[in-house]
Ligand binder design. Structure first.
Ligand SMILES: Nc1ncnc2c1ncn2[C@@H]1O[C@H](COP(=O)(O)OP(=O)(O)O)[C@@H](O)[C@H]1O
Ligand SMILES: Cc1ncc(COP(=O)(O)OP(=O)(O)O)c(N)n1
Length: 268
């Protein structure tokens, strides 16, 4: 059995954060574990409140996981404060996982700050250099690189600048552009354009979380990074195509779409 860890915030509505990550891990047949950094009271319409876990407790969760159930891959999502970021960095330096996917979560689709603006520099300084791959969306890539991104060439320039921050590799996600859903992967040598059709749906809550945890799941399964990104793209495309029209706002991705057991159950 392969093991994967998510270090992220809890979304009570189950669409993003820890809940999306653990569903993604299960859908890949990977044993999922969690280090919870914050609790959000959240649903498909937005974020009602946020309460951070203490940095000491974040580190203790990492200790509990790494000293007993060492993960094959790690995904990092919402880390809202400098204290939490430093605790996660300390955990990574102590336990040295080599497959770390960093989704630099900043603002939810509903507009809530999941990263305190004053913690941005700590995120760049402490976590980017410890990650195998960073997966910003357009807004996050713009904030990290200090430029506006409007097209594919801008995505590539932002990717170059994010590598200059110390990232080993980066995927700039084009989910918020128009046209095909194009993501750009840059490994410092070559650019790879990873594309799918754009799916016409309002229900895209948790897309970034699902994509980054699918990369981590595939890394845990032993695929190389490029193959893991391609497989994650396939997974997120199916999860959006079959996304769920539940709740009163932006519905979540669907993690049952390619599960044999889920398919069988629906057919019975
Ligand atoms: N409407 C869509 N159709 C197809 N793929 C999409 C769509 N929206 C987002 N994606 C894909 O989902 C993944 C997550 O991207 P994005 O939604 O930009 O992340 P975030 O949730 O961090 O803003 C990327 O692979 C992106 O290309
Ligand atoms: C607890 C928590 N973590 C991360 C996010 C952001 O997730 P994302 O996949 O980018 O989805 P949207 O918020 O953009 O729908 C979150 N909302 N909550």
């Amino acid at each position: 059995m392969k093991l994967a860890l998510t270090i992220a915030g809890s979304d009570s509505g189950g669409g993003a954060g820890i809940q999306a990550d653990l569903k993604t891990y299960s859908a890949h047949g990977v044993y999922g574990m969690s280090v919870i950094t914050s609790i959000t009271a959240q649903n498909t319409t937005g974020v009602l409140g946020i309460e951070d876990i203490s940095p000491e407790m974040v580190f203790l969760q990492m200790k509990a996981v790494f000293e007993d159930l060492y993960p094959d891959a790690v995904k990092i999502g919402m880390v809202s404060s400098e204290g939490i970021i430093k605790a996660v960095a300390e955990g990574l330096k102590t336990y040295k996982p080599d497959k770390v996917v960093l989704d630099p979560v900043m603002i939810s689709k509903s507009g809530s700050h999941l990263l305190k603006p004053e913690a941005m520099e700590a995120l760049k300084r402490e976590l980017i250099p410890l990650s195998l791959v960073v997966t910003p969306n357009l807004m996050e890539a713009g904030a990290l690189s200090g430029m506006e991104i409007e097209n594919k060439e801008d995505m590539k320039e932002a990717a170059r600048r994010i590598l200059d921050l110390g990232a080993r590799t980066v995927v700039v996600k084009g989910g918020h552009l128009t046209g095909d859903a194009l993501d750009v992967f840059y490994d410092g040598k070559e650019f790879y354009e990873i594309t799918s059709e754009r799916i016409d749906t309002e229900n895209t809550h948790g897309t970034g979380c699902t994509f980054s945890s699918a990369i981590a799941a595939n890394l845990a399964l032993g695929y190389d990074l490029l193959e893991s990104i391609k497989r994650a793209k396939h997974y997120i495309t199916g999860a959006i195509k079959n996304s769920l029209d539940i709740g009163h706002g932006v519905g979540p991705t669907n993690h049952f779409w390619n599960l044999r057991i889920g398919g069988d159950a629906r057919e019975r």
